[in-house]
Design a protein. Structure first.
Length: 216
């Protein structure tokens, strides 16, 4: 699934977290009254397992849900699922499910593959595991624009998308990057509102009721 189906919606999505900037990102979203989607990983960027005893990440994921955001899967440790074995693909998702169930009491029905790496076998595995596989149709390229100067390129990509006049957008960012959180997010929120878009979760932009976003 690349694109939103509900006209007038703009889905802000964040991959690879939670990370050291995610709490501030949740504050920014809250201050703007905006709901987003977080495609979380279990243990990447040397942050330690999200379900480790005393983990600093578990309360952040709990807050995502409490604040009305959608939590979705992005594998346990950011493995390329298209190149992985069937057993590894299954482990990457079920280990994350186990962690999220222990943290928020449920686990997601939505996922995004790391590196947007897909294959027929990978997509079939996700289907077998009960997942909707989400890609994007607006790539802000934030992971290549990591300083205050280059992040302007990401803003320009957002501007170009808005000019295209499309009725909805599924926009990908990464909350592991400073400029994404402290510069690009507010810019996108302001632009989307200015153009009359409603900022929503992936589930909402696909017209999928919240009851379908998770399993127990």
């Amino acid at each position: 699934l690349y694109s939103c189906t509900v006209p007038g919606t703009y889905a802000l999505t964040y991959d690879d977290g939670p990370y050291i900037y995610t709490s501030d990102l949740l504050d920014i979203l809250s201050n703007n009254g905006v709901k987003a989607t977080f495609f979380v990983t279990g243990n990447n960027k040397d942050k330690g397992a999200i379900d480790a005893p005393g983990s600093r990440w578990a309360p952040i994921i709990q807050r995502m849900v409490a604040d009305g955001h959608q939590v979705a899967g992005h594998t346990w440790d950011h493995l390329n699922l298209a190149q992985a074995s069937e057993a590894d693909r299954i482990y990457q998702m079920t280990r994350l499910e186990q962690a999220l169930k222990s943290i928020i009491g449920k686990y997601p029905t939505y996922m995004r593959p790391p590196f947007i790496a897909t294959s027929p076998a990978m997509l079939q595995t996700m289907l077998n595991l009960g997942y909707h596989t989400i890609i994007w149709d607006l790539d802000t390229d934030d992971y290549n624009n990591l300083d205050a100067v280059s992040i302007q390129r990401s803003k320009a990509l957002v501007d170009d998308a808005m000019k295209a006049g499309k009725s909805s957008w599924n926009s990908i960012q990464h909350d592991i990057h400073y400029q994404t959180v402290y510069t690009l997010t507010q810019y996108q929120i302001d632009k989307a509102k200015e153009k009359g878009y409603k900022l929503v979760t992936i589930g909402e932009c696909l017209g999928d009721p919240e009851a379908n976003w998770y399993r127990t």
